[in-house]
Design a protein around this ligand. Structure first.
Ligand code: G4P
Length: 294
């Protein structure tokens, strides 16, 4: 299943970002902590490489802590500061300011040398749809400055938001890139909700998600969440057996008593996205390192 989604407004937004990158000191790149490789837009990476760069592994509350730590080390090994974050809570914000200060030390130094009063750091907040850009800006600014929504592409940019004397943020819309590198990348982007749901084959997506959970040794999560004893399944290694059982458990049945697989698929994906199935990291640095340099 090859998933691709690159509507015209994203290409346009990216052109705007390319213009704007020259006006900022810092690029704050939001990634989804569950899939820091797949959610890294190569176009944004290229922009970020020209500025001070800070990576935020957002939705860290939905990822496995130990794997997120591996990712932080992975970025550090490349000289990139990465911070794990739950953008909905104010907890990570102090650390964020600290990281901004650290990353921008060179700019402060330069300003001092030039005899300038400390100017605020101007930062572009960039990332693919649904990684939490609006939530982050709202948490930081303490008000509903940016519109949030779980529908990819809702964020409308680009506006400057003055946070405090030390930090100005430039809000940008979520942008993907023209061709996802592999089927796996497309799938992970779809699972986490970065791709317009309307174009996705939900049943196939849920099948692949359950298959991933089974293949990666996470069957126990399905057993617990859906209170299912695998011994009652015709074949516990078959994702369809799980999906059909979940349909029955949830009472998602059509008129004739047949399982409503479309509704069940949608629910499974929804529950994965919300973290209800559990904290799940979709990729580790070891698995993805070979594919491409992050
Ligand atoms: P975007 O601007 O990058 O497109 O993303 P946005 O902030 O709109 O966030 C997309 C969804 O992700 C929102 O859920 C938001 O609450 C959620 N979210 C953002 N950051 C985090 C995080 O660190 N952890 C978790 N668990 N969720 C996060 P929603 O369902 O659309 O909104 P709501 O029901 O939460 O209001």
């Amino acid at each position: 299943m090859q998933i691709q989604w690159y509507p015209g407004h994203m290409a346009k937004a990216l052109r705007q970002m390319k213009e704007d990158i020259g006006k900022v000191d810092l690029c704050i790149e939001l990634l989804d902590a569950r899939a820091p490789f797949s959610t890294g837009n190569p176009e944004i990476r290229e922009l970020a490489a020209r500025r001070y760069r800070l990576v935020l592994l957002n939705k860290a509350d939905l990822a496995e802590e130990a794997v997120t730590e591996q990712w932080i080390r992975f970025f550090r090994a490349q000289g990139i500061r990465a911070v794990a974050l739950d953008a909905r809570s104010r907890k990570g914000m102090k650390e964020l300011q600290k990281a901004v200060d650290e990353v921008c030390e060179g700019k402060y130094e330069q300003d001092r040398k030039r005899g300038l009063m400390e100017r605020p750091v101007r930062a572009m907040v960039a990332g693919i749809p649904n990684v939490g850009k609006s939530t982050l800006i709202n948490s930081l600014s303490g008000k509903a400055a940016a519109k949030t929504g779980n529908k990819p592409g809702v964020t409308k940019g680009n506006q400057w938001i003055r946070l405090n004397r030390r930090l100005d943020l430039l809000d940008t819309p979520g942008v993907l890139w023209p061709r996802f590198d592999s089927e796996a990348v497309g799938l992970r982007l779809a699972w986490i909700g970065a791709v317009n749901d309307e174009i996705l084959p939900k049943e196939e997506l849920a099948y692949r998600l359950v298959r991933f959970l089974l293949d990666s040794g996470r069957q126990a999560m399905l057993e617990a969440r859906y209170e299912t004893d695998p011994s009652v399944l015709s074949d516990p290694s078959d994702p369809n057996a799980w999906i059909e059982t979940i349909a029955v458990k949830r009472g998602f049945l059509k008129k004739g008593g047949e399982a409503d697989l479309t509704r069940t698929a949608a629910r499974i994906i929804e529950e994965f996205r919300a973290g209800t199935i559990g904290r799940i990291s979709l990729e580790t640095p070891d698995e993805t390192e070979q594919e491409e340099n992050v």
